[in-house]
Design a binder for this molecule. Structure first.
Ligand code: PNS
Length: 188
């Protein structure tokens, strides 16, 4: 009997409850699902690839047919390397659709044998994105229901380090704005 292997590629910076919801749904329809974290040297992420991998591994430990991996380059090339037949992506709202359709069609143009499968996460996660989670956490809002507990803890640790860094810079005689690192300001 043919076994269907799929990859679920993404940035996962950080992984959210929406991602987890999709992983659970994907694990039910595919025989094997690989959560594939993109290693993008051009991006300045909040969490390192190693941290994201650890978080996703902990989040998916309960699923026998789910594993976590990282990749660089084209998603379709990675899918071929691991012999996957499908790419899983989540669509939360119509606003996601245009970008996702464009990616799916481009991927199909490059690799016609590979199918993209869209799934919808639970409605309660339809507004949850990694970008908004990072922003809410930075501004001191609660992200408790948006991410798994472990991710929430890691985010709080990041914020503590950022605050200590700012205070340390100020104590060292710099002004508030001088104390803020440009890249940190952008990515938190
Ligand atoms: O979680 P994200 O950031 O929405 O994931 C986007 C991702 C990683 C799936 C997309 O950027 C991607 O596939 N990047 C790898 C490079 C690639 O294949 N580009 C062509 C896409 S059509």
């Amino acid at each position: 009997m043919k076994r269907i292997k799929a990859i679920y590629p993404g940035s996962f910076d950080p992984p959210t409850n929406g991602h987890l919801d999709l992983i659970e749904r994907g694990s039910k329809i595919f025989d094997e699902l690989i959560v594939a974290i993109l290693r993008n040297p051009e991006k300045d992420p909040l969490f390192s690839v190693a941290d994201r991998r650890k978080m996703l591994e902990a989040m998916t430990a309960g699923f026998d047919n789910v594993s976590v991996d990282t990749f660089e380059g084209l998603t379709v090339d990675y899918a071929l390397r691991v012999e996957a037949q499908a790419i899983l992506r989540g669509i939360r709202a119509i606003s996601d659709y245009e970008y996702e359709l464009q990616m799916a069609l481009m991927n199909r143009k490059i690799q016609p044998g590979l199918e993209t499968v869209f799934m919808m996460p639970a409605e309660k996660y339809s507004y949850v994105s990694s970008r908004l989670v990072r922003e809410v956490a930075q501004l001191g809002g609660s992200i408790d229901c948006l991410v798994p507990e472990l991710v929430g803890q890691k985010l709080r640790e990041k914020m503590d380090v950022a605050h200590k860094f700012e205070n340390g810079e100020q104590l060292a005689g710099k002004t508030h704005s001088e104390g803020k690192s440009k890249s940190r300001k952008k990515k938190l």
